[in-house]
Design a protein around this ligand. Structure first.
Ligand code: DGL
Length: 279
């Protein structure tokens, strides 16, 4: 990377490997940029933690990514977006890095359903912390206050997917149980408010039927980033002739590489072990 490129990086942050389901689409839609992906696998799962802990972890991750030269960070993790993004933007960025940006996943996903006029009832599934935060309902209410929202936490799905059990009948049974109350309410759209759920896209579509709108989160987030970059040339993020990809994890790089390649659907050349707490 040339000297000029050293601060020309987009950071992608997740509590672990799940964010690679978003990163995959960023690489497809915007391959010309330099990227640094950070997965805080040592402290995963975030979905069961308190708001204060999630904020502290996310803040440490931002310190690492900005010190590594990122001008913009996408928080791919729904839990961290729901519990920490607002505070990071208002308190942390303003005080420490006023010229950098942090974006989350909630606004673009909320817009993707709220913009469809025929939708009346929206289902949301996510981790316990994401659902408890009320972040999706409040974002949707800003756009379309009349929409009815039905939320459900689906905490067993993340470990099942990490275990490679996405296609197993036991997982389908649990998924059906989580989706039943949403189906009964006759939802018109479902937001997959967790990095891991796209792995169950086909199964979820199968349970809900073709009528229910099921936005693919990675697709929506990468389109939204594309538009954001076009609107904000002042950030100085420029396409690179030889774009770089760097993968960092806080625990077990070999495990990150093995599962990460499966999540990403392509080879990961190397994974660095990094220390991010108390930088
Ligand atoms: N990345 C998290 C999310 O999208 C799921 C895994 C976790 O709980 O840390 O909510």
């Amino acid at each position: 990377m040339s000297g000029k490129d050293k601060r020309n990086i987009i950071g992608v942050f997740d509590s672990g490997l799940g964010g690679l389901t978003v990163f995959k689409y960023l690489l497809k839609t915007l391959p010309q940029y330099n990227y640094l992906y950070l997965g805080d696998t040592a402290r995963l799962p975030y979905g069961e933690k308190s708001p204060e802990t999630i904020y502290e972890y996310a803040r440490e991750a931002m310190d690492f990514l900005f010190q590594a030269g990122c001008r913009l960070v996408i928080i791919a993790c729904n839990t961290a977006s729901a519990q920490a993004l607002r505070r990071l933007q208002q308190e942390y960025l303003a005080a420490k890095y006023p010229d950098r940006r942090i974006l989350g996943v909630i606004r673009p996903l909320a817009e993707s359903v709220a913009s469809q006029k025929k939708i009346k009832r929206v289902g949301i599934i996510g981790t316990k912390a994401t659902i408890a935060s009320g972040a999706y309902p409040s974002e949707i209410a800003k756009l379309r206050p009349e929409l009815e929202i039905i939320q459900a936490a689906a905490p067993l799905l993340v470990p099942l997917i990490e275990e490679g059990w996405a296609g197993k009948p036991e997982t389908k049974m649990i998924l059906k149980k989580y989706l039943r109350p949403l189906k009964t309410k006759d939802i018109d759209a479902l937001i997959l408010a967790c990095t891991h759920y796209p792995f169950l896209y086909k199964e979820i579509k199968g349970v809900l039927g073709r009528r229910v709108l099921l936005p693919q989160p990675g697709e929506i987030i990468s389109q939204s980033l594309d538009q954001y970059l076009k609107r904000h040339p002042e950030l100085g993020l420029e396409p690179s002739l030889a774009p770089s990809r760097r993968y960092c994890t806080t625990d077990n790089p070999a495990a990150f590489k093995a599962l990460g390649e499966k999540f990403l659907g392509q080879e990961i050349k190397s994974v660095e072990l990094v220390e991010i707490s108390r930088l």
